[in-house]
Design a protein around this ligand. Structure first.
Ligand SMILES: [Zn+2]
Length: 221
């Protein structure tokens, strides 16, 4: 593993806290706490969770049988340079390739190996329940936006909304994941990154066979 040497001034947490009330269409996590186990010496808990609830990363096997599971992504895939793309808006809208290139014209081009963090401010609706965050619509990527990310050879794509596409489609997922680009969903706090560039750091447990996994993603600015 090749960890780049990163200098930074501030660390920003891009992940929502995890609890049993996160907005999603998938089954909610369940946390059971056990106090004073092991002869009264320890407290423990069990967590039953769908990895696609909360801030998480998708594996290719999320959309196609036989594609790689989460343990097929390199452990350092979330570590390295990133570009913030300020486009879209909270609620239902589509982000196209021309929206991305307009941001590039203003802030510089996406380089191969950059992560792309889509900042639409949709994460502001996180605390307002499933209907505000999911059911009333959320930003989506267009197919040409996904193809543009592939053509720029980005390292991963992160979004401050629930999914890169409506729940009755999977072609954007298939396009990105099938071309080796992980999708990190439900990130937040992107407004705290000043400027269009930062680095990110984060990792995840290599859960064998999993279609997704919770991640704790940080921006270094
Ligand atoms: Zn997912």
């Amino acid at each position: 593993m090749n960890i780049p040497c990163v200098s930074y001034g501030k660390i920003i947490d891009l992940s929502h806290p995890f609890d049993e009330n996160m907005p999603s269409i998938d089954p909610m996590p369940r946390l059971d706490f056990y106090e004073n186990t092991h002869s009264g010496l320890y407290n423990v808990e069990t967590i039953t969770y769908c990895p696609h609830v909360g801030t998480h990363m998708d594996a290719p096997s999320h959309v196609a049988d036989g594609w790689g599971s989460i343990d097929s992504w390199p452990a350092d895939i979330l570590v390295g340079p990133a570009v913030v793309i300020q486009t879209g808006r909270p609620g239902k809208c589509e982000i196209s390739a021309s929206d991305i290139t307009a941001c590039e014209m203003e802030n510089g081009f996406i380089e191969p190996g950059d992560a792309v963090l889509f900042h639409t401010r949709h994460s502001e609706l996180w605390g307002f329940g499933r209907s505000a965050y999911v059911d009333d619509g959320y930003p989506c990527l267009s197919l040409d936006a996904a193809d543009y990310l592939i053509s720029r050879r980005v390292r991963y794509a992160a979004i401050d909304f629930f999914s890169p596409e409506p729940p009755d489609r999977s072609d954007i997922h298939r396009r990105l994941l099938g071309n080796g680009i992980p999708i990190v969903e439900n990130v937040c706090n992107l407004e705290m990154i000043e400027g269009a560039r930062c680095a990110t750091i984060g990792t995840f447990p290599a859960v064998r066979g999993a279609t997704g996994v919770w991640v704790r993603l940080l921006a270094l600015v």
